[in-house]
Design a binder for this molecule. Structure first.
Ligand SMILES: Cc1cc2nc3c(=O)[nH]c(=O)nc-3n(C[C@H](O)[C@H](O)[C@H](O)COP(=O)(O)OP(=O)(O)OC[C@H]3O[C@@H](n4cnc5c(N)ncnc54)[C@H](O)[C@@H]3O)c2cc1C
Length: 409
């Protein structure tokens, strides 16, 4: 493992820092960031402007080729920029699915015409994409989706429901996974399309979250007509296409961002207790040490992945460990920090809560982080089967046509 930048990497890091210092403010512990202060409309506008600025300076989608509007940089340069960018207070949370999940699939699977039309506007943040995969009865078992696309003389007609579609209410287009043949085994009857979210018959219903935000949606399809030219995969080849999308999704989601040990130390050094401040309390120090050790373990795992990237390789399934450990830790750490604040722990307003409500926001976000991009249990299966080489799960639906699988009771 290599802990240090190469000469080229160090110089690229400095270039990134220079850009960021010129155009953004560094995050300050205990201060609310702009993403939590702006209204949804203002955040969208700010995020689009930031994305366009990055594109103008060759810092958007760094590893995409020049052909598609990127600067043609390396994977390690992308990671270096992301590491530095997260130290700055910039508008977050708008393009993760569009650029981290949907566009890599369009670039990999789309026709030249499709790529020419869509990739550059998405890279500049002018158009946003969402991922229309999960359904009420299909998430971890994604191949069990039921939204039907039926072939007609003029294309396809889609009926069904998607759920948890991040940013569908902001999106111009979507990547849609459908069932086109229920008479074959579940993985073989799927087909992927792209859709314009304004197509008649598509209805987006935002879901109100406990945090007060509405980042996800239910999306209903009622007799939605799609021409065959919008088909991205072969008919029946949707599962292979979706696997590629899911692989990029895991990389895009990475670890759960939010409150960490630094913020906890800052909080504890302000809170009084019998031993002076909570920072001096032995029980607190024991917990802090455990979380710090976990965080360092994850940093070293990430460092190992970076070394692989730096040498031109691709990190393996062991990166699942980072999300698994960090999402759970985010939940536990925030829960504990809110307990330390006693009755003030329930105040979720950045203006008056300790550390600008970073723990309250992390606590409300953590359960979603433990589900999105693979639940804890699914990631444990990935680690067991693909990292530790343990036997796979028993699949009771193997070799059975989808329409013969038992449903309900
Ligand atoms: C923040 C967030 C953003 C999301 N954004 C999107 C999006 O933009 N587009 C999209 O398509 N989807 C999105 N999703 C949906 C997400 O992909 C699914 O929620 C996730 O895959 C889990 O599926 P599920 O909700 O159907 O739960 P289920 O799969 O029904 O799981 C229920 C429980 O059963 C457990 N379980 C399931 N299978 C197994 C197994 N084989 N072994 C052991 N335990 C198991 C799970 O771990 C979980 O605890 C998002 C979800 C969240 C939380």
């Amino acid at each position: 493992m290599n802990f240090h930048d190469t000469e080229h990497e160090a110089s690229y890091r400095q270039k990134a820092i220079n850009f960021l210092e010129q155009h953004a403010e560094r995050k300050v512990i205990g201060q609310p960031g702009i993403s939590s202060c702006l209204s949804p409309q203002a955040l969208l506008k700010a995020a689009k402007e930031w994305q366009a600025l990055k594109a103008d300076h060759d810092f958007a989608c760094i590893s995409w080729s020049k052909e598609w509007g990127g600067p043609g940089g390396s994977a390690i340069e992308s990671v270096i920029f992301a590491q530095e960018e997260q130290q700055f207070d910039i508008p977050e949370g708008i393009f993760q699915v569009s650029l981290g999940v949907c566009m890599p699939s369009i670039i990999k699977l789309g026709s030249e015409e499709l790529k020419n039309r869509f990739v550059k506007p998405a890279l500049r943040g002018e158009e946003i994409w969402c991922q229309l995969f999960s359904e009420p009865a299909a998430g971890s078992d994604l191949a069990g989706i039921r939204t039907r696309a039926e072939s007609t003389s003029s294309g396809w007609v889609v009926n069904g429901q998607k759920v948890w579609t991040s940013n569908a209410h902001l999106s111009d287009f979507g990547l849609l996974l459908t069932r086109t043949d229920p008479t074959v085994v579940k993985h073989s009857g799927l087909t992927m399309f792209w859709v314009d979210m304004q197509t008649p018959g598509i209805e987006v219903r935002p879901i109100n979250q406990i945090s007060g935000q509405s980042g996800f949606n239910e999306v209903y399809f009622t007799d939605v007509k799609i021409p065959d030219s919008q088909r991205i995969s072969d008919v029946g080849g949707g599962w292979k296409a979706a696997l590629g999308t899911l692989a990029t999704e895991r990389l895009a989601i990475g670890g759960a961002k939010g409150a960490d040990c630094r913020e906890l130390v800052a909080l504890a050094s302000q809170l009084p207790c019998d031993t002076g401040t909570v920072l001096k309390d032995p029980q607190f120090r024991q917990k802090l040490a455990d979380w710090y050790v976990n965080s360092e373990g994850i940093n070293l795992t990430r460092m190992r992945a970076l070394t692989t990237l730096s040498r031109g390789g691709t990190p393996g399934p062991e990166m699942s460990i980072a999300k698994l450990v960090m999402a759970e830790q985010l939940q536990q750490l925030c829960d504990y920090a809110m307990d330390l604040q006693a009755e003030f722990g329930i105040i979720n307003s950045p203006d008056i809560s300790e550390q600008a409500a970073v723990f309250q926001k992390g606590w409300l976000k953590a359960p979603g982080s433990r589900i999105a991009g693979g639940t804890d249990e699914i990631l444990m299966n990935v680690i067991a089967e693909r990292v530790l080489g343990m036997p796979g799960e028993i699949r009771v639906d193997k070799n059975r046509p989808f329409n013969e699988l038992p449903v309900g009771i």
